[in-house]
Write a protein that binds this ligand. Structure first.
Ligand code: PEP
Ligand code: MN
Length: 366
């Protein structure tokens, strides 16, 4: 995939300089739920209406989507509100039905983007169409797999592309339903700077109380838009009831959202940024130099310990180092937890170096 600007033209056409807002229910449930939610999110300022028609559920027996009839409700919602309509497609049959019902945007879900066979089949069904297509990150944290899915769609001739970050599955106990691992979408943006990047705070959070903070973080990180699950009666939703918000709450969220002046960097600001960034680069270079000096001292200490047959790990010394570092962090107003982590890493590295020196000297004796 190239870094061509053509991938983002659709985004500017729809939302201009502001974050793109996609809102709507996890699932289309009834005609009135679809129409009322669409009117609500339109009023709140959304650009695009989303609704799941076919739902990939983790366990069988849960609500699996209303199917093709829901597409008729979306057509009606489009007529009433003028909003663009977006649905998840998981196979060529979904693509065909969505096309028949005038759907504007197709997205590939997280359980489909993991599977290159499935993605390729969808790409073949989309071949040459003038539609907007988004690819959600695969459920496992694999940047190459996400890129691969985007590339398959791009190779099918789709130019209006986008990526959606919805977090990653984890067996860890955590506050989120899906771990954000922000570095992965940031890496994607670095590789494809002109590919629009949308955040889905609803599937990351899993709980409506957390949705706003995740959305705000994404906007601070320069994401181009948000996909927020919205339902007229979230508690009674047939899927993802815990994470959906009402159109009124969406309205408050969008008013509260702080949007950085991302695309209007003045020359003066740019210059100040450049000066500060140069300073940071110099400091970083010094930090590495200091690590090198520390490493030299560690090697000398290892030599002495080996000669006198003293154990590498000296608990008292380590506690003393850590205590000094903590005191120092408090006096200098640097985050104590951060300093503790750095020192623990440094100590581990020091033990590793000493073990290396010991085994080198052991070898030399033989
Ligand atoms: C959804 O958007 O409702 C959905 C099923 O999301 P994901 O593919 O991210 O799990
Ligand atoms: Mn959902």
């Amino acid at each position: 995939m190239t870094t061509d600007k053509k991938y983002q033209s659709w985004l500017n056409d729809i939302s201009g300089n502001l974050p793109l807002i996609i809102a709507g229910p996890c699932s289309a449930e009834t005609e009135s739920q679809v129409l009322e939610t669409a009117q609500g999110v339109k009023k709140a300022g959304a650009h695009i209406f989303r609704a799941g028609i076919w739902k990939p559920r983790t366990r069988p027996g849960n609500f699996e989507g209303v199917g093709a009839i829901g597409l008729k409700w979306l057509q009606k919602a489009k007529k009433q509100t003028g909003l663009l309509m977006a649905v998840e497609v998981a196979n060529p049959h979904h693509v065909e039905l969505a096309l028949q019902h005038d759907i504007d945007i197709f997205w590939i879900g997280a359980r489909t983007s993991v599977n290159p066979f499935a993605v390729q089949e969808i790409a073949d069904a989309l071949k040459g169409l003038d539609k907007i297509v988004w690819v959600k990150n695969p459920i496992n944290p694999d940047l190459a797999l996400w890129m691969g899915a985007l590339e398959r769609i791009e190779k099918a001739g789709i130019e209006k592309l986008g990526a959606i970050h919805r977090g990653f599955s984890s067996y860890k106990k955590m506050i989120y339903r899906n771990e954000p691992l922000w570095q992965i979408p940031i890496d994607l943006k670095t590789k494809f700077p002109n590919l629009p990047l949308i955040n889905d705070p609803s599937h990351i959070s899993g709980k409506r109380e957390l949705v706003f903070d995740v959305a705000q973080t994404a906007i601070q990180l320069m994401f181009d838009g948000l996909m927020i699950e919205t339902h007229i009666n979230p508690e009674k939703a047939w899927s993802d009831a815990k994470q959906q918000i009402t159109p009124d709450v969406l309205n408050d969220f969008l008013k509260k959202l702080v949007i950085p002046n991302q695309r209007v960097f003045s020359p003066a600001l740019l210059e100040s940024l450049q000066v500060l960034r140069k300073d940071i680069d110099n400091i970083d270079a010094e930090i590495v130099q200091l690590f090198k000096q520390r490493q030299d001292k560690t090697e000398q200490i290892a030599g002495l310990k080996f000669k006198e047959n003293i154990a590498i790990y000296q608990k008292e010394r380590w506690l003393d180092i850590l205590q000094k570092a903590i005191r120092n962090s408090q006096q200098n107003n640097v985050n104590q937890k951060f300093i503790e982590q750095i020192f623990k890493l440094m100590h581990q590295e020091s033990l590793k170096i000493q073990h290396r020196i010991f085994s080198e000297k052991e070898q030399a004796k033989k």
